[in-house]
Design a protein around this ligand. Structure first.
Ligand SMILES: [Cu+2]
Length: 146
Protein backbone atom coordinates (compact mmCIF):
# COMPACT_ATOMS: atom_id res chain seq x y z
CA UNK A 1 0.00 0.00 0.00
CA UNK A 2 1.27 3.44 -0.89
CA UNK A 3 1.94 5.96 1.82
CA UNK A 4 -0.30 9.03 1.48
CA UNK A 5 0.86 12.11 3.40
CA UNK A 6 -1.83 13.33 5.78
CA UNK A 7 -1.98 16.80 4.22
CA UNK A 8 -2.72 15.36 0.79
CA UNK A 9 -5.35 13.08 2.23
CA UNK A 10 -6.91 16.02 4.04
CA UNK A 11 -7.10 18.10 0.85
CA UNK A 12 -8.64 15.15 -0.96
CA UNK A 13 -11.28 14.62 1.71
CA UNK A 14 -12.08 18.31 2.13
CA UNK A 15 -12.55 18.76 -1.59
CA UNK A 16 -15.38 16.25 -1.30
CA UNK A 17 -17.08 17.57 1.79
CA UNK A 18 -16.50 21.31 2.09
CA UNK A 19 -18.97 22.50 -0.50
CA UNK A 20 -21.57 24.18 1.66
CA UNK A 21 -21.42 27.95 1.73
CA UNK A 22 -21.66 29.39 5.22
CA UNK A 23 -22.91 32.94 5.27
CA UNK A 24 -23.21 35.06 8.40
CA UNK A 25 -25.01 38.40 8.27
CA UNK A 26 -25.73 40.85 11.08
CA UNK A 27 -28.48 43.42 11.40
CA UNK A 28 -28.25 46.31 13.86
CA UNK A 29 -30.13 49.23 15.43
CA UNK A 30 -29.27 51.56 12.54
CA UNK A 31 -31.24 49.34 10.13
CA UNK A 32 -28.20 48.01 8.32
CA UNK A 33 -27.09 44.58 7.21
CA UNK A 34 -23.31 44.37 7.57
CA UNK A 35 -23.11 42.29 4.37
CA UNK A 36 -24.77 43.71 1.28
CA UNK A 37 -23.58 41.06 -1.18
CA UNK A 38 -22.58 37.42 -0.86
CA UNK A 39 -21.89 34.62 -3.31
CA UNK A 40 -23.01 31.02 -3.33
CA UNK A 41 -22.59 28.17 -5.78
CA UNK A 42 -25.52 27.12 -7.94
CA UNK A 43 -27.30 24.02 -6.69
CA UNK A 44 -25.18 23.67 -3.56
CA UNK A 45 -26.20 23.83 0.09
CA UNK A 46 -26.09 27.16 1.89
CA UNK A 47 -26.14 27.76 5.63
CA UNK A 48 -27.28 31.29 6.39
CA UNK A 49 -27.11 32.80 9.86
CA UNK A 50 -28.60 36.15 10.79
CA UNK A 51 -27.49 37.80 14.03
CA UNK A 52 -29.36 40.74 15.47
CA UNK A 53 -26.53 42.69 17.10
CA UNK A 54 -28.73 45.59 18.24
CA UNK A 55 -30.12 46.47 21.66
CA UNK A 56 -33.52 47.94 20.85
CA UNK A 57 -36.62 45.86 21.64
CA UNK A 58 -37.82 43.41 19.02
CA UNK A 59 -41.17 45.18 18.69
CA UNK A 60 -39.36 48.39 17.65
CA UNK A 61 -36.30 47.07 15.77
CA UNK A 62 -36.72 43.42 14.91
CA UNK A 63 -34.90 42.00 11.88
CA UNK A 64 -35.29 39.09 9.56
CA UNK A 65 -33.55 38.19 6.31
CA UNK A 66 -35.73 37.15 3.42
CA UNK A 67 -34.13 35.95 0.19
CA UNK A 68 -36.38 36.50 -2.78
CA UNK A 69 -36.87 34.50 -5.93
CA UNK A 70 -35.07 35.67 -9.02
CA UNK A 71 -36.50 38.84 -10.52
CA UNK A 72 -38.29 39.96 -7.34
CA UNK A 73 -37.11 43.40 -6.23
CA UNK A 74 -36.49 43.93 -2.51
CA UNK A 75 -38.23 47.31 -2.56
CA UNK A 76 -41.25 46.04 -4.45
CA UNK A 77 -41.46 43.01 -2.17
CA UNK A 78 -41.20 45.16 0.96
CA UNK A 79 -44.15 47.20 -0.25
CA UNK A 80 -46.09 44.09 -1.19
CA UNK A 81 -45.52 42.58 2.27
CA UNK A 82 -46.75 45.77 3.93
CA UNK A 83 -49.80 45.77 1.69
CA UNK A 84 -50.43 42.16 2.72
CA UNK A 85 -50.44 43.16 6.39
CA UNK A 86 -46.79 42.80 7.48
CA UNK A 87 -46.39 44.09 11.02
CA UNK A 88 -43.88 44.13 13.88
CA UNK A 89 -44.82 40.66 15.08
CA UNK A 90 -45.56 39.05 11.71
CA UNK A 91 -43.37 40.77 9.12
CA UNK A 92 -43.75 38.06 6.50
CA UNK A 93 -47.40 37.27 5.77
CA UNK A 94 -48.12 33.82 4.34
CA UNK A 95 -49.76 35.37 1.29
CA UNK A 96 -46.42 36.72 -0.02
CA UNK A 97 -44.31 33.61 0.63
CA UNK A 98 -44.52 32.45 -2.99
CA UNK A 99 -41.85 35.07 -3.75
CA UNK A 100 -39.51 33.76 -1.04
CA UNK A 101 -36.57 31.44 -1.59
CA UNK A 102 -35.52 31.25 2.07
CA UNK A 103 -36.01 33.27 5.22
CA UNK A 104 -34.95 33.52 8.83
CA UNK A 105 -37.40 34.19 11.60
CA UNK A 106 -37.81 37.66 13.11
CA UNK A 107 -35.06 38.31 15.66
CA UNK A 108 -34.92 40.54 18.71
CA UNK A 109 -31.70 41.96 20.21
CA UNK A 110 -28.97 39.38 20.70
CA UNK A 111 -30.94 36.68 18.91
CA UNK A 112 -29.73 34.53 16.04
CA UNK A 113 -31.32 32.20 13.52
CA UNK A 114 -29.74 29.79 11.06
CA UNK A 115 -31.49 28.39 8.01
CA UNK A 116 -30.22 25.97 5.40
CA UNK A 117 -31.36 25.83 1.81
CA UNK A 118 -30.15 24.76 -1.58
CA UNK A 119 -28.92 27.57 -3.80
CA UNK A 120 -30.94 27.86 -7.01
CA UNK A 121 -29.55 26.11 -10.08
CA UNK A 122 -30.09 29.28 -12.08
CA UNK A 123 -27.15 31.68 -11.76
CA UNK A 124 -27.66 35.39 -11.29
CA UNK A 125 -28.71 37.90 -8.65
CA UNK A 126 -31.28 37.27 -5.95
CA UNK A 127 -32.19 40.18 -3.72
CA UNK A 128 -32.71 39.91 0.04
CA UNK A 129 -34.48 42.19 2.45
CA UNK A 130 -35.63 42.69 6.04
CA UNK A 131 -39.42 42.84 5.98
CA UNK A 132 -39.89 44.39 9.43
CA UNK A 133 -42.17 47.35 8.62
CA UNK A 134 -40.16 50.33 7.39
CA UNK A 135 -36.85 48.47 7.00
CA UNK A 136 -36.96 47.39 3.37
CA UNK A 137 -35.75 50.77 2.10
CA UNK A 138 -32.42 50.35 3.93
CA UNK A 139 -31.98 46.68 4.80
CA UNK A 140 -31.37 45.10 1.45
CA UNK A 141 -28.71 43.08 -0.30
CA UNK A 142 -27.97 40.70 -3.12
CA UNK A 143 -27.12 37.02 -3.15
CA UNK A 144 -25.14 36.17 -6.25
CA UNK A 145 -25.46 32.60 -7.49
CA UNK A 146 -22.45 31.52 -9.57
CU1 LIG B 1 -34.80 45.02 10.00
Amino acid sequence: MKFIPFSVLFLFVSSFFVHASEIVVSGNDTMQFDIKTFEVKAGEPVTLTLNNTGNLPKIAMGHNLVILNKGISAIAFGQKALGAGANATNPLPDSVKDDVLANTKLLGPGESDTVTFTAPKETGSYEYVCTFPGHFAMMRGTMIVK
